[in-house]
Design a protein around this ligand. Structure first.
Ligand SMILES: CC(C)(COP(=O)(O)OP(=O)(O)OC[C@H]1O[C@@H](n2cnc3c(N)ncnc32)[C@H](O)[C@@H]1OP(=O)(O)O)[C@@H](O)C(=O)NCCC(=O)NCCS
Length: 147
């Protein structure tokens, strides 16, 4: 892994949008992407041959008990090689490192359809279950066109 790839703590907004595009996710303005990235913990796996990002992990943390895994992306040509696992291991190590004595964190994520088994490998449980209801979300989109 470490001869072929490096992990950096940054990714540009344009690179981030390219990665989202590569896995068919929605795009948004670079300014909005930059704001989100600036307020996130980032793990970007780069191919040492090209320098390009091929994997991304992103965590948002309120510095209290709430953490959210916002993006785990491996671009299609690089999937199935263990890079998703590397990203999740980095994220899980980070979470454990932040736990001070007596602290508790609730770490949430929205699994893409069919990726639940991937996240279960790292201890996440599917909702709803007998203890908790389903997760819920809503998208908000501006109708305004800039310029
Ligand atoms: C989900 C994703 C990050 C996995 O990355 P990857 O590099 O292909 O995964 P890895 O090769 O590291 O696989 C890690 C483990 O998860 C398993 N796994 C990966 N995808 C899986 C899936 N869809 N279902 C079940 N198991 C899966 C692998 O078999 C492997 O198991 P092992 O380590 O016990 O042998 C990648 O498919 C992806 O980016 N998909 C598009 C974006 C996406 O949907 N991200 C999740 C958003 S919530």
């Amino acid at each position: 892994m470490y001869n072929d790839y490096s992990i950096t703590k940054t990714i540009t907004p344009a690179e981030y949008m390219e990665m989202r595009k590569a896995v068919g996710w929605g795009l948004f303005p670079l300014e909005e992407a930059q704001a989100g990235l600036s307020n996130s913990y980032i793990w970007c796996i780069r191919d040492n041959g090209t320098g390009s990002p091929v994997g991304l992990g992103r965590v948002i943390w309120d510095k209290g008990y709430v953490m959210y895994i916002a993006d785990i992306i491996v671009i299609p040509e690089y999937q199935g090689k263990g890079l998703g696992r590397v990203l999740m291991e980095q994220v899980m190590d980070f979470i454990h490192e932040q736990l001070k004595p007596g602290y508790r964190f609730m770490v949430s994520l929205c699994s893409a359809k069919g990726k639940e088994e991937f996240y279960k490998k790292f201890g996440f449980v599917v909702r709803p279950n007998e203890d908790v209801g389903p997760g819920m979300h809503q998208w908000f989109t501006s109708e305004e066109i800039e310029g």
